[in-house]
Design a binder for this molecule. Structure first.
Ligand code: SAH
Length: 237
């Protein structure tokens, strides 16, 4: 190999492994995350300053396999294994904003997946409960969230259609997989004044915001979305 090429290679590889290279790498993720928030989230009208701060803080790239990290801050969903996907950053921000979280709300998520959405929720409120029907994803998310120091998230391996009755009622419920109809147990487990954000439908779905006001249910359509389907009854509860 040509000597100059060899020297370049050694310098490049050292830069990757030495501290300087490492921090440059991290800084680039920080820059990409800032840009994601400005260009994809604020530019599209997300205004809640707490949601914006949470999206700026949570390191989305840590929630996906290493080979996909360079794409972590792109304007699209990404695969997270087991045929599942992590939502586009804007959709995570929009659904989170619709939940109108206050610091002491009790929140339930259906569809833990990578654990990213749960981490965003945990930045905004004290108590997060999240249910995943695929055991490998539930286990991986639980251990990652633990490693990242999130002590206010509980992960359960179960069928989220049924909600988490022992912990109900919830001030907010977010569903990140799509059932054909709104599951009755989730409506039941919504507190008075509670908000439920859920994609409903088969191939393409409508993102719906459901509110329980004086015991009555009000449903608003937000935007068309595309989520993986909610599947039933595979978990050994
Ligand atoms: N919120 C996730 C992305 C979710 S992808 C994140 O931030 O990464 C949708 C997830 O819903 C998948 O992991 C899928 O396995 C899960 N899922 C599908 N049906 C479910 C059900 N009935 N109960 C719980 N989880 C379910």
């Amino acid at each position: 190999m040509h000597l100059r090429l060899k020297v370049c290679l050694v310098v490049f590889i050292s830069a990757l492994f030495l501290n300087g290279g490492r921090s440059a790498w991290c800084q680039d993720f920080d820059r990409q995350r800032d840009e994601m928030v400005t260009k994809q989230i604020q530019a599209r009208g997300i205004k809640d300053v707490r949601v914006i701060a949470a999206m700026r803080k949570v390191k989305r790239h840590l929630f996906m396999p290493a080979y996909l990290r360079p794409k972590a801050y792109g304007d699209h969903p990404l695969p997270i294994g087991e045929g599942q996907t992590i939502s586009q950053p804007y959709i995570v921000a929009l659904m989170t904003e619709l939940l109108e979280l206050k610091g002491n709300d009790k929140v339930l998520e259906i569809g833990t997946g990578s654990g990213y959405q749960a981490a965003v929720l945990a930045e905004l409120t004290d108590e997060v409960y999240t249910i995943e029907i695929l055991r490998p994803l539930a286990e991986r998310a639980e251990s990652l969230l633990q490693d990242l120091g999130y002590e206010n998230i509980r992960v359960r391996y179960a069928d989220g259609f049924l909600g988490w009755p022992e912990q109900a009622p919830f001030d907010a419920i977010i569903v990140t997989c799509a059932p054909e109809n709104i599951p009755a147990p989730l409506i039941e487990q919504l507190a008075e004044g509670g908000r439920l954000v859920i994609p409903v439908g088969t191939n393409w779905q409508e993102l719906k915001l459901v509110k329980k006001i004086n015991g009555k249910i009000a449903v608003a359509n937000i935007i068309p979305v595309r989520f993986v389907p909610m599947v039933r009854d595979k978990a050994g509860q």
